[in-house]
Design a protein around this ligand. Structure first.
Ligand SMILES: NC(=O)c1ccc[n+]([C@@H]2O[C@H](COP(=O)([O-])OP(=O)(O)OC[C@H]3O[C@@H](n4cnc5c(N)ncnc54)[C@H](OP(=O)(O)O)[C@@H]3O)[C@@H](O)[C@H]2O)c1
Length: 298
C-alpha cells in the first residue's frame, strides 16, 4: 500500500516515521507498505491550491493519515480563520480527494470536541460541545469528513499528546523543573495523557488489520489515549519523580491559571471501542511516560 502521512514534523508524524524506519519495534509487517511523509513545504493545508497541486502531481495513495493540524490552542482564539482552514476546510478537501482516489483516510481529532462537564468517560457517541476555537474547528473537520466520506474513513480522537519531539507538556515541565524550586500546576482538569509512539503503533496496527482493509467499511470515530485518569498536577509530579527532579509541585485551580482559550474540565475518554475492534493493548500512562523520559535522557 502507498501510505501518505501529513504533518511529518509534528509529534505524531515523527513518531510514525520512527516506527516505520525501525520495523523490528512493531509486531506487524509494514515492509510491503510504502510510506510517504510530507510537511507544510510539500503540502500546505492552509492553502487550497497547494493541496490540489500536491495530489494532482503525485500518484494515488491507498491510505492517507492526516497528522497535521493547527494545534496552538490559545493562539487559535486569535487566528480563527487559519485554524478553521487547517482543521476544517483542509480536512474537507482531503476527504474529497481521498474519496475520489478511493483511498482510506485516517484523521486525528481531539478530546477538546467535548465540553468536559461529564462525569463518566466520554464514548464516541456522546454529545460534542467544544468550548474553544481549536475544538470547534476540529469538530467542524470531523463533521465535514463524515459527510463526504460515509465509508472508508476513520477519526481517532486523542488527548494530551506528548513525545520526545517538539514542544509538549512533558518537555516543558522537565525544563521548568530544572530552572525552578517550585511550580504551580492545575489540578482540576482531568484526562489521560497519550504517548505519541503508542498512538502511532495503534494506527499502524489498524492499517494492517484485515477488517480495516475491507472495502467500503463504514466511517467510524474511535477514542485513543493511554490508560489512567489524572490531572496535570498528577502528571507533573510523576514527570519529576521519574526524571529525579527536585522541584516542589503545588496544585492550583483553572481559575488561578487563566488562559486565552477555555479548557474542558474532564475529557477522560473510553477506549473500549478501539480496544475491542482492533485487539489493541493500551498501556498505562506511567509506563509510557517512563519510556519517553528514558529516551529523553539518552
Ligand atoms: N498535541 C496534543 O496535545 C493533542 C491533543 C489532542 C489531539 N491532538 C491531535 O493530534 C494530531 C497530532 O498532533 P501533534 O501533537 O502531533 O501536533 P503537532 O506536534 O503540533 O504537529 C502538527 C503538525 O501539523 C503541521 N501543520 C500545521 N499547520 C500546517 C499547515 N498549514 N500545512 C501543513 N502542515 C501543517 C505542523 O507543521 P510545522 O511543524 O511545520 O509547524 C506540525 O508538524 C492533531 O490532529 C492534533 O489536533 C493533539
Amino acid at each position: 500500500m502507498r501510505i501518505l502521512v501529513t504533518g511529518k514534523n509534528g509529534q505524531l508524524g515523527r513518531s510514525i516515521h520512527k516506527l516505520v524506519n525501525t520495523d523490528s519495534k512493531i509486531d506487524n509487517n509494514q515492509s510491503s507498505n510504502e510510506f510517504i511523509f510530507v510537511g507544510r513545504e510539500e503540502l500546505d493545508l492552509s492553502n487550497e491550491s497547494s493541496i490540489s497541486h500536491y495530489f494532482d502531481s503525485n500518484d494515488r495513495f491507498d491510505v492517507i493519515i492526516n497528522c497535521a493540524a493547527y494545534t496552538a490552542v490559545d493562539k487559535a482564539e486569535e487566528e480563527q480563520e487559519l485554524a478553521n482552514q487547517v482543521n476544517h476546510l483542509a480536512v474537507k478537501q482531503l476527504a474529497g480527494i481521498a474519496k475520489e482516489q478511493k483511498a482510506k483516510l485516517i484523521h486525528i481529532s481531539t478530546d477538546y470536541v467535548f465540553d468536559g462537564t461529564g462525569s463518566k468517560p466520554y464514548k464516541e457517541t456522546d454529545k460534542t460541545n467544544p468550548i474553544n476555537v481549536y475544538g470547534k474547528t476540529k469538530l467542524a473537520g470531523e463533521k465535514a469528513l463524515q459527510e463526504i466520506m460515509p465509508t472508508n474513513a476513520m477519526i481517532i480522537r486523542t488527548s494530551w499528546v506528548y513525545s520526545e519531539y517538539g514542544n509538549n507538556f512533558v518537555k516543558t515541565m522537565l525544563r521548568l523543573g530544572k530552572e525552578r524550586d517550585e511550580i504551580n500546576v492545575v489540578s482540576d482538569q482531568i484526562g489521560s495523557p497519550t504517548y505519541a509512539t503508542d498512538l502511532a503503533k495503534a494506527i499502524l496496527k489498524i492499517i494492517d488489520n484485515r477488517d480495516y482493509q475491507d472495502k467500503d467499511r463504514a466511517t467510524e470515530i474511535y477514542h485513543h489515549s493511554n490508560k489512567g485518569e489524572i490531572s496535570w498536577y498528577d502528571f507533573t509530579k510523576e514527570i519529576f519523580k521519574l526524571a529525579k527532579i527536585d522541584c516542589k509541585v503545588s496544585p492550583i485551580t483553572t481559575e488561578q491559571y487563566p488562559t486565552p482559550a477555555k479548557r474542558p474540565r474532564n475529557t477522560l475518554m473510553s477506549k473500549d471501542k478501539i480496544i475491542e475492534e482492533f485487539s489493541l493493548e493500551i498501556l498505562d500512562w506511567k509506563k509510557s511516560l517512563e519510556t519517553c523520559i528514558t529516551i529523553l535522557k539518552e
